[in-house]
Design a protein around this ligand. Structure first.
Ligand SMILES: N[C@@H](CCC(=O)N[C@@H](CS)C(=O)NCC(=O)O)C(=O)O
Length: 210
């Protein structure tokens, strides 16, 4: 199978994690930012992730891809959702975007390898989120707010047994946050992040935190 992704993309990370955690071998294709032709040809719209299935057909939508991968062999993500983790993720996402999106536009990802691609990404995100420099300038307040949320998350993760769809949704948010300098990940949250990094084969972004 082939998975079309942007490296920064949290939705793509869901699919990458599912493939990695289930030990399915696959080829990664990075779509360059600004390349509308490739995704539109495959699924009729400009969006990743896209999975090329063994029969050569293509599918989009990260959670559909996760479910497809999961049912290839004994499902492991089909247990009940963890409502508390899902609610935390929905809440943290809104604030998290303000922290990680402006940083993503300045980071090293394969889909941003040309000046044109980086500019296409910057324009796409500025259209969605407004002045990215102003967001960066507001980071200290957002970091303080997120650190409070991370403490709450520690209480939810302590004793949590990994393995459901809620983890597939939560981890990509934490990965995205790992690019933010100044966030204090409580030890139990950090252990969770690192364990899934090891088993899922997707890198955290601490090495380019800014
Ligand atoms: N609901 C979709 C959302 C996917 C999505 O929004 N992907 C973003 C990248 S993070 C995208 O492709 N945006 C369109 C673009 O590049 O213009 C899913 O879960 O797969």
């Amino acid at each position: 199978m082939k998975l079309y992704i942007y490296e920064h993309c949290p939705f793509c990370t869901r699919a990458r994690l599912a493939l990695g955690l289930k030990n399915v071998s696959y080829e990664t294709v990075v779509v360059m930012e600004g390349d509308a032709e490739t995704p539109t040809r495959l699924i009729g719209k400009k969006a990743v992730p896209i999975l090329e299935r063994p029969d050569g057909s293509h599918m989009g939508e990260s959670l559909d891809i996760v479910r497809f991968i999961d049912q290839l062999e004994t499902p492991i993500f089909d247990g009940p959702a963890n409502d508390a983790l899902d609610a935390w993720g929905t809440d943290a996402w809104r604030l998290g975007l303000k922290l990680f999106i402006p940083r993503f536009t300045r980071a090293q990802f394969a889909e941003l390898a040309t000046p044109q691609a980086r500019e296409a990404f910057r324009l796409r995100e500025a259209k969605a989120f407004g002045d990215l420099d102003a967001l960066l300038a507001s980071s200290p307040a957002y970091v303080t707010e997120m650190n409070v949320k991370l403490k709450v998350l520690a209480g939810l993760i302590d004793g949590h047994v990994f393995g459901g769809i809620s983890d597939i949704k939560l981890w990509p948010i934490l990965r995205s946050l790992s690019i933010v300098n100044g966030l204090e990940f409580p030890p139990v949250v950090l252990r969770y992040m690192e364990a899934i990094e090891r088993n899922g084969g997707v890198n955290l972004l601490f090495d380019q935190a800014m």
